[in-house]
Design a protein around this ligand. Structure first.
Ligand code: PXP
Length: 241
């Protein structure tokens, strides 16, 4: 089966719009637990525009669900990860003015920086992954750093304007997953996935985990968080039959 992590950042976006407590990411994490998702994903951005430090500490304390913490590859964020001790950390690129994570992390040009951060995390049990584009060069760099898990950015696939382009982006992901799996790496994927485009990604059997956020939280406004997660799980599971 393909594991599902739900990113609850945008529950916090809505909460922060009023600067008060509602809707509470903690309550969302509790619903995730009830709906038996495999992990709760949160991106602690440097500008704290959605999830705040206190959200992740509270969720860690109150909800028995593995945390996948997305962070920029910086010393400050790595220190927070060490203090929080989540199940996993995913290094993502971060630009201040971007609306969402635009593209994957360039491992090739950040080798030394990432190596240093990996050294700081080496005494912990945190599993490290990096969010990258489906590129063989990037995969080779991940492998040479000794990182065991990759999350492939599915944004280009999800945002494809034509069927032909979508097919091309899908085969880039398929080929990258195949290559990474042959190198012994665990493959995850996410970004921009919704009910219409998740099937083809979930059908790539080597992908062990999907991380989905914005669409589910948006759909939850109309259907309720539990129902939206159940529907997404049904589609993902149908792709594995
Ligand atoms: N995976 C990673 C590493 C991300 O940065 C994001 C977006 O924060 C997602 C998955 C989820 O993307 P979306 O919110 O578009 O489903």
């Amino acid at each position: 089966m393909c594991k599902l992590g739900i990113n609850i950042d945008h529950v916090a976006t809505l909460r922060n719009a009023r600067g008060q407590h509602h809707p509470d990411p903690l309550k969302a994490a509790m619903i995730l637990k009830e709906t038996q998702v495999d992990s709760v994903t949160m991106h602690l951005r440097e500008d704290r525009r959605h999830i705040k430090d206190k959200d992740i500490y509270l969720i860690k304390e109150k909800v028995d669900l593995p945390i996948n913490l997305e962070i920029a590859p910086t010393e400050e964020m790595t220190k927070i990860a060490l203090k929080l001790n989540p199940r996993s950390v995913c290094f993502v690129p971060e630009k201040r003015m971007e609306i969402t994570t635009e593209g994957g992390l360039n491992i090739e040009t950040n080798m030394l920086k990432i190596e240093k951060l990996l050294n700081s995390l080496s005494n912990s049990k945190i599993n490290v992954s990096c969010f990258i584009e489906p590129s063989f060069t990037q995969i080779d760099c991940i492998k040479s750093l000794g990182i065991k898990t990759i999350e492939f950015h599915t944004g280009s696939y999800a945002d494809s304007k034509t069927k032909k382009v979508m097919e091309k982006n899908l085969s880039l992901i398929r080929n990258a997953v195949e290559y990474a799996t042959k190198l012994g790496l665990d493959c995850h994927a996410g970004h921009g996935l919704n009910y219409d485009n998740v099937y083809n990604i979930a059908a790539i059997k080597e992908i062990k985990e999907l991380n989905i956020g914005h669409f589910i939280i948006g759909d939850a406004i109309f259907c309720g968080l539990k129902n939206s997660i159940i529907k997404m799980k049904e589609i993902i599971n149908s792709a594995r039959k």
